[in-house]
Design a protein around this ligand. Structure first.
Ligand SMILES: Cc1cc2nc3c(=O)[nH]c(=O)nc-3n(C[C@H](O)[C@H](O)[C@H](O)COP(=O)(O)OP(=O)(O)OC[C@H]3O[C@@H](n4cnc5c(N)ncnc54)[C@H](O)[C@@H]3O)c2cc1C
Length: 410
């Protein structure tokens, strides 16, 4: 399994950088199998947990290549930000997916067709191989994720909600926004009238003949029906800087959505203590595979160690039990602290968990922050991607340190 550390993420970025322009553009759509991933960066598990930040990745690429040459790669990084911003403005779409998962989980998992799919025993060679690869490596190539989701929905006729959940269970880079909205896009729920149908020809071409699923895939399909999108509400704008009211008796809280506390404004702060929240306390924890759980735990441990060294103070993990607010209150009191600062998690499980810390007043003041990358770009994700890209890409290219540190900090 890949190492869940910032050092490994930075090393991977360094190794990938020479290929981020022309090579990426020409090869990124080919899935040559787990033995040859040179066409893509493989950075997603690190970016998802913010072991490395999007701005570090973009800045490093722009330092080595002309932005025009690396546009294809920068656009993909922007896709992630677009999906994030889109969901921040429409949290109901996330809640609706969770409700569907609950409903569909009542009967589908007992069905033989569902069991065969998740065990990789459908008889569709490529699909079964991808199930195995996903479980073994925690990763699938982007094109393969599209084919997989399409076959799941249109050939196997299984519910998209549980396909998205299956991905979240096994992907090391599992991200509520990119995953849910990409599954919805394949199903035809995201862009009205547009769905994605995988074809045998396309799979054969972009796997360079590793798979030839002729005659076994649905050749026609209609987009799924769903309610219209809820109206986009501009995401809550959290400050980029700490308020003066923070005082000096505060803890820095780490969540799995942002594990780079030494980078950005928090890097300049002087917390008395570092606090992290346990992965096991996430509502979805029992849905994650052992590999995903281990990756998340190791990533958090890595962030705590780095934070201890950077801030020169101890770190602890809160055991929230059945009264997270009470547990936090007691921990703060014992340490003589009265405020917590943290990067506000995104719509998804970490946000839900952090929300439970403030369900009642235990005398703790909360100071959520946003990174400028998110705060400046998310409000432009209310419409389609091309509208977003038109705004975001020039911002990213011109940013040169505005979104974060100019140089990658090791
Ligand atoms: C059905 C489906 C489910 C997906 N689920 C996830 C998920 O849970 N988590 C996740 O991070 N991505 C998801 N993606 C997007 C994409 O497949 C992965 O980000 C990409 O394959 C990661 O590999 P990489 O780091 O080598 O990507 P690269 O091609 O090297 O791209 C660099 C970075 O850009 C971002 N990125 C690239 N492509 C996309 C994309 N299409 N959408 C959003 N961001 C992108 C990622 O952060 C990635 O690390 C999903 C796509 C589909 C079709």
């Amino acid at each position: 399994m890949i190492e869940a550390t910032r050092a490994k993420g930075l090393a991977q970025l360094e190794e990938f950088l020479p290929r981020a322009a022309d090579y990426y553009q020409k090869n990124r759509n080919y899935d040559l199998g787990p033995e040859d991933r040179r066409g893509v960066s493989g950075l997603s598990p690190y970016i998802t947990h913010r072991l490395i930040t999007e701005s570090e990745v973009a800045e490093a690429v722009i330092e080595q290549h002309r932005p025009k040459d690396a546009e294809s790669f920068l656009q993909e990084v922007c896709w992630r930000t677009y999906w994030k911003g889109w969901l921040e403005g429409r949290p109901l779409v996330y809640q609706a997916w969770r409700r569907l998962v609950k409903e569909d989980s009542r009967h589908w998992p007992q069905r033989e067709d569902f069991r065969k799919a998740v065990e990789g025993k459908t008889g569709i060679t490529c699909f079964d191989a991808w199930v195995e690869e996903l479980k073994a490596t925690g990763y699938l190539h982007n094109h393969t994720r599209m084919w997989f989701a399409s076959i799941w929905i249109f050939t196997l006729k299984l519910p998209w909600s549980l396909g998205a959940q299956f991905f979240m269970q096994h992907l090391l880079d599992g991200d509520v926004a990119s995953n849910t909205l990409s599954w919805r896009w394949v199903a035809g729920l995201q862009t009205k009238g547009k769905h994605y149908l995988a074809t045998a020809k396309n799979i054969e071409k972009f796997t360079k003949g590793r798979f030839r699923p002729e005659g076994v895939l649905a050749e026609q399909a209609t987009a799924l029906n769903g309610p219209p999108h809820p109206p986009y509400k501009s995401p809550i704008s959290f400050p980029f800087q700490a308020s003066e009211q923070l005082g000096d008796k505060y803890a820095l809280l780490l969540t799995g959505d942002d594990l780079c506390p030494e980078i950005g404004v928090t890097g300049e702060m002087k917390p008395e203590r570092i606090l992290s929240l346990p992965v096991d306390a996430l509502q979805e924890a029992d849905e994650f595979s052992q590999k995903v759980l281990t990756f998340k735990k190791e990533a958090l441990a890595d962030a705590r160690h780095r934070a201890e060294a950077h801030f020169g103070c101890p770190s602890e993990q809160l055991e929230p039990g059945c009264d997270p607010a009470g547990a936090l209150g007691e921990w703060m009191k014992a340490g003589g602290l009265n405020a917590v600062i943290y990067y506000e998690p995104f719509i998804g499980p970490w946000k839900d968990l952090v929300g439970q810390l403030s369900t009642r007043d235990v005398g703790v003041k909360f100071f959520p922050l946003r990174r400028p990358w998110d705060g400046l770009l998310h409000p432009h994700a209310g419409k389609g991607y091309f509208h977003f890209k038109k705004y975001a890409l020039p911002q990213v290219v011109r940013a040169r340190g505005r979104f974060g540190p100019k140089k990658v900090v090791t």
